[in-house]
Design a protein around this ligand. Structure first.
Ligand code: ADP
Length: 372
């Protein structure tokens, strides 16, 4: 192997380093550098830099002023400055973004005699960072606009639903008057038309009520308290009792004495909607519904399981969106397409989750995860 003298060897090591390395005396005159800097400065050899200062270099006056200022600061304080992001202009007139470290150079007695610097070019990295920042800003703006549009839309749907109630009440009231006063003058067809109108009015008022409920959810302050889930379900089952009996539903409620923190009215609505759906969308000859739960480490997992018609996989996420309905059910119990969206909002307000598993023709299970 070829032997080098020590000085040459050290220069070779420095030149092999991909970072630029330089050192200066106390007056910021260059004492040496590696090949990376020599190339940047348009010098043939690293030793050509000795005795020159920043103002003799291709970098701009502003860049040189800044380099000098930091040199002085490091030499006066004796404290290294690391990861300084700055610009440097090379001998071809191109400006790069660099990340520099500067440490004080000390003699054997610990006196500061100069400065040692290293740097690496970070232009590509910086450009990517800037691009990312710009894209994030665009995204944030789009997000803000979307949020505002959502707020406007909800305000609009609340206002229109609210205003629709009044004319609907008038229609309902005058249908009542027509029935009372003129029913005897109407033939069978006329009677049928009146029933159609009544049916329409009742459906529309249902949609309006649910739309108002949906757009109000989350806007009002909610009272949270310790709630007995069993009591809540029993209470709502009373309202559903007639439907359950009429449809010969075999309903099993396995929940007992579970207490969680939540809003009793909303949790009642949640279970009511899920049980009502399990009744409505069940055309099994022997319809069954099971309400159960699993006690897990930090949450309860409740479920409402039916052996009804099931939901095709591609619609399993969609049905939680407002007004999405797959079909009318055999029992003629018309829905509004808002039940599950209300459930999802209620779960958001309880920091919980709702999802389902379903097999077409076999049945559906809706899961509700609520933190303890
Ligand atoms: P609605 O029942 O008023 O139509 P929902 O938001 O409660 O509205 O449900 C949306 C749709 O999801 C329903 O129209 C129905 O097609 C489907 N669905 C909901 N629950 C079930 C279920 N247990 N079994 C089968 N389909 C269901």
């Amino acid at each position: 192997m070829k032997t080098f003298n020590e000085q040459k060897f050290i220069q070779l090591v420095l030149d092999s380093n991909p970072q630029g390395i330089f050192w200066k005396d106390k007056d910021s005159n260059f004492l040496g550098c590696n090949m990376v800097i020599a190339k940047l400065a348009g010098l043939k050899r690293p030793e050509d830099i000795v005795g020159k200062n920043d103002y003799d270099m291709p970098w701009s006056k502003e860049e040189s002023d800044f380099f000098r200022m930091v040199d002085r600061r490091v030499m006066e304080s004796g404290i290294p400055e690391l990861n300084i992001e700055e610009f440097i202009t090379n001998s071809d007139g191109e400006t790069d973004w660099i990340r520099t470290n500067k440490v004080p150079l000390k003699d054997e007695e610990g006196n500061i005699v100069g400065i040692l610097g290293t740097y690496e070019v970070i232009t590509v990295q910086k450009q990517l960072e800037l691009q990312l920042k710009k894209q994030n800003e665009i995204l944030q703006k789009a997000n803000d606009r979307l949020e505002q549009l959502n707020v406007d839309l909800e305000r609009f749907s609340y206002a229109t639903s609210h205003d629709l109630q009044e004319p609907l009440r008038t229609i309902g009231a005058f249908i009542g008057v027509i029935k009372n006063k003129y029913l005897l003058n109407l033939d069978e067809k006329g009677n049928q038309y009146i029933r159609f109108i009544e049916d329409g009015v009742s459906r529309m008022s249902n949609i309006i009520r649910n739309t108002l409920k949906y757009s109000k959810l989350g806007k009002e302050e909610l009272d949270f308290e310790l709630v007995n889930i069993n009591a809540i379900i029993d209470n709502r089952l009373i309202d559903l009792n007639m439907l359950i009996e009429e449809n010969n539903i075999d309903l099993v409620n396995e929940i007992n004495n579970i207490q969680i923190k939540g809003n009793p009215d909303l949790l009642g609505t949640l279970f009511y909607n899920l049980i009502l759906n399990a009744i409505k969308y069940n055309d099994n000859k022997c319809p069954e519904i099971t309400i159960g739960y699993l006690n897990q480490t930090d949450h309860y997992l409740f479920y409402v399981k039916d052996n009804g018609k099931g939901i095709p996989e591609k619609f399993q996420d969609k049905i939680f969106e407002p007004y999405v309905r797959l079909d009318n059910n055999r029992k003629g119990l018309k829905g509004t397409g808002l039940g599950l969206s209300i459930c999802r909002r209620i779960m958001n307000l309880h920091n919980g989750k709702i999802w389902l598993k379903s097999i077409l023709g076999v049945g559906s299970t809706f899961f509700i995860e609520i933190p303890k």
